[in-house]
Design a protein around this ligand. Structure first.
Ligand code: ADP
Ligand code: TRP
Length: 321
């Protein structure tokens, strides 16, 4: 079984990225052949600063490795190190109906938020389809917002197979229900573009301040809160605290007597502890960048040995050679 996923280097990674995509991906590296990459080509549709892209790409590599991506188990590389992916994008784009891309909500959301409506942004799902199909991927672990893109990939693969004969594996998205949409500081989906994130490796003071500033309702601490499971801090605490701890806080909030300040403090502390070991690992990696670059170089070579064969298969099927 081949598992593949990518993450854009478009800003500091947050709890939504971690629980929605990184942790499932890290856990899956023991279940099959894992292929994970830094989607720096995709980031070109929304980030137009070269230095920032360079820095973010390295940060994503550090974050992912610190959180447990094991380069002995998973192939890990930078998207732009494989030219095969852009070549396959063209083959796929000739079979991608305009209507399929026009229905993509992510494009509509991004342009509604003011992002320039470029051809790259519009055809973003075709590049993503190439990422997935180039490696005969069976499973794509992602958060719910990427489900539609994996469905587009499936449609394109089926169309290609119908037109040119069986060529591509048709992949399945894998979305964990309990973390399909991790809420942000304002209760909306946590996202870099909404400014509502809790970073995985944020600075201590700033992270505490962010968490303590979560706005709650005006009920007094003593009041029982029958809707405790809806409380944002409880929802986040369930992700970063041991089950007994989050359950205890939820019970106390429901019964009355627990103040929101104490709850938020517990959230900060559990968040901070959850990533303590990863933070140490990240500092070590940051002091050894040669190693990180070597992991990505070797990953690109391994990925390429697989991807080049699939591209040749597709080119032969399409009568290009
Ligand atoms: P952002 O919305 O912050 O720009 P990305 O679109 O770069 O995040 O997402 C990278 C990965 O993290 C994707 O697989 C996406 O589904 C997942 N992800 C992002 N935000 C969340 C969230 N709030 N809940 C669950 N998964 C998420
Ligand atoms: N579009 C994905 C995101 O924004 C990143 C991505 C690019 C990806 N190519 C992929 C995810 C292939 C899974 C598979 O999060």
């Amino acid at each position: 079984m081949r598992i593949l996923s990518g993450i854009q280097p478009s800003g500091a990674l947050h709890l939504g990225n971690y629980f929605g995509m990184m942790l499932p991906a890290i856990e899956l590296q023991d279940k099959g052949e894992a292929f994970y990459f830094i989607a720096n080509y995709h980031s070109m549709t929304s980030l137009f600063n070269a230095e920032e892209r360079r820095k973010n790409s390295l940060d994503v590599a550090l974050d992912f490795l610190a959180c447990g991506l094991d380069p002995k188990k998973a192939v890990f590389w930078k998207q732009s190190d494989l030219p095969e992916v852009t070549e396959l994008t063209w083959l796929l784009s000739t079979l991608t109906p305009m209507g399929l891309l026009e229905r993509c909500t992510s494009y509509k959301d991004k342009t509604a938020k003011g992002l320039a409506a470029s051809h790259g942004l519009f055809s973003y799902p075709v590049l993503m389809a190439a990422d997935i199909l180039l490696f005969d991927s069976n499973i794509v672990p992602v958060g719910r917002d990427q489900k539609q893109h994996v469905e587009v990939t499936r449609d394109i693969a089926i169309k290609f197979n119908e037109a040119y004969g069986q060529t591509f594996v048709v992949p399945e998205p894998q979305i964990r229900d309990e973390v399909a949409v991790v809420p942000g500081l304002d209760g909306q989906k946590m996202s870099k573009s909404y400014g509502n994130t809790i970073e995985i490796f944020g600075e201590e003071k700033a992270t505490r301040k962010k968490i303590m500033s979560i706005v709650m309702d005006s009920r007094t601490p003593a009041e029982p809160k029958p809707d405790a499971e809806q409380n944002l801090a409880i929802k986040l605490l369930k992700l970063v605290a041991p089950t007994e701890v989050s359950k205890d806080f939820e019970d106390r909030l429901r019964a009355g007597g627990l103040g929101y300040g104490d709850l938020k403090k517990a959230l900060f502390e559990n968040h901070w502890n959850y990533f303590a070991a990863a933070r140490v690992k990240r500092t070590e990696l940051a002091a050894n960048l040669d190693y990180v670059h070597q992991v990505l170089r070797e990953g690109a070579a391994r990925a390429r040995s697989v991807g080049a064969k699939v591209l040749q298969r597709a080119k032969t099927a399409a009568g290009l050679n």
